[in-house]
Write a protein that binds this ligand. Structure first.
Ligand SMILES: [Zn+2]
Length: 111
């Protein structure tokens, strides 16, 4: 039995895959990475983890992390960030990941 003192929020669950249950911040870090942000320090500040923890998430050693990375963040799911980040694609400053601006653009325009 372990008690995680940092686990103040409920874990995040994938709406369609019961195996994917992750701490909220871990799922948020994956969402930020999906935006194309690769700087561990930027990701860490955005979600409230340490760069080492982000690096570990990026290595996808845990099965739920690997599953979510493969499945991708489901559409309609957004994670509130603790610090705003600049979207590398549209350069908007956002406090939600994935980038809301990019998502709405990708539906209304064709490349
Ligand atoms: Zn964007």
């Amino acid at each position: 039995m372990s008690s995680d003192k940092n686990n103040r929020r409920r874990p995040w669950r994938h709406p369609r895959n019961r195996k994917v249950v992750l701490p909220y911040r871990t799922a948020a870090a994956i969402a930020v990475m999906e935006m194309g942000i690769r700087d561990y320090r930027v990701i860490a500040q955005a979600v409230g983890l340490s760069p080492q923890e982000v690096q570990r998430i990026d290595r996808a050693e845990d099965e739920p992390v690997r599953l979510l990375s493969t499945l991708g963040i489901p559409s309609g799911e957004y994670f509130k960030l603790e610090k705003e980040v600049r979207c590398p694609k549209c350069h908007a400053r956002v406090v939600l990941a994935p980038c809301v601006a990019c998502h709405s653009v990708s539906y209304s325009t064709s490349g």
